[in-house]
Design a protein around this ligand. Structure first.
Ligand code: ADP
Length: 245
């Protein structure tokens, strides 16, 4: 099912909570293979936008086309199966299960029944790929509960990859990480973006400067501006909105 246009095309999107327009007419387009960053002050509508894309929140108006197919009105699990995965700020890792068991569990949510027999022969290709890309191979047999904060974040990203999404939505993946863990995560996201399209909510400007090609700035439910990190930082509207950030 090859689709010629953009991977994701959000048009005229509006989300209303009790009369309050949390998203007020957003157009947002992401091409195949992009590593796109989404920034904006608290309450700008970043999480709500991700919630609409993943089927958690229903918009009052607009469309969300993924590979040309409108996601609006589809259920969350259906959207996962179509190839859209996300992380949440709350952890989804099972602490008593090992790293590989967590990855296997994540993969099994999408695994068709005919492939169950393969499990007995070892880890699936999806799990092996997720371990390799996240560098978690060496920790495969460890319970997830003993992982460091950074390793746990990488495991969550690995669990997403094990579900074989084409679009990954990550919510502040470097929050609470050391400088070294941030660099590793930046390289990981760059590597993931070779085979996937990635949208990242992130505030860390230093991180953005190193890894972002295109940044979309949201403010009060609208797209304020879009461009390179330097372009958006130089924008007087952005400076006004961020005052000192
Ligand atoms: P961001 O992620 O950019 O900080 P959000 O998308 O979380 O912003 O929120 C956008 C606006 O919508 C905020 O004003 C927030 O208070 C409001 N909002 C978000 N979710 C709900 C909800 N379930 N009910 C009412 N208001 C909400």
């Amino acid at each position: 099912t090859e689709h010629d246009g953009a991977l994701l095309e959000v048009r005229d999107l509006a989300v209303v909570f009790d009369g309050f327009r949390a998203i007020d007419g957003i157009d947002f387009t992401v091409q195949h293979g992009e590593l796109r960053f989404l920034i904006g002050p608290n309450g700008a509508g970043k999480t709500t936008l991700i919630d609409v894309i993943t089927g958690l929140t229903k918009p009052a108006a607009g469309s969300v086309r993924f590979e040309g197919i409108d996601l609006v009105g589809r259920k969350e699990h259906e959207i996962v199966r179509m190839g859209v995965g996300r992380t949440f700020q709350t952890s989804v890792v099972f602490e008593k299960l090992t790293v590989v068991e967590n990855l296997d569990l994540a993969a099994s949510f999408r695994r068709p029944l005919w492939s169950l027999a393969r499990r007995r022969r070892g880890v699936s290709d999806a799990v092996a790929a997720a371990m390799e890309i996240t560098g978690l191979d060496a920790l495969a047999g460890r319970p997830a509960g003993v992982l460091s904060h950074g390793q746990r974040q990488w495991l969550e990203i690995g669990m997403l990859i094990a579900q074989r999404p084409r679009l990954l939505l990550l919510d502040e993946p470097v929050a609470g990480m050391s400088a070294d863990e941030r660099s590793r995560t930046g390289l990981l996201l760059t590597e993931i973006a070779k085979d996937h399209t990635v949208i990242v909510i992130e505030h860390d400007m230093e991180f953005l400067r190193r890894y972002a090609s295109v940044v979309t700035v949201l403010h009060e439910g609208k797209v304020l501006t879009e461009g390179s990190v330097d372009e958006v930082r130089a924008d007087p509207h952005v400076q006004e909105v961020y005052l000192g950030r």
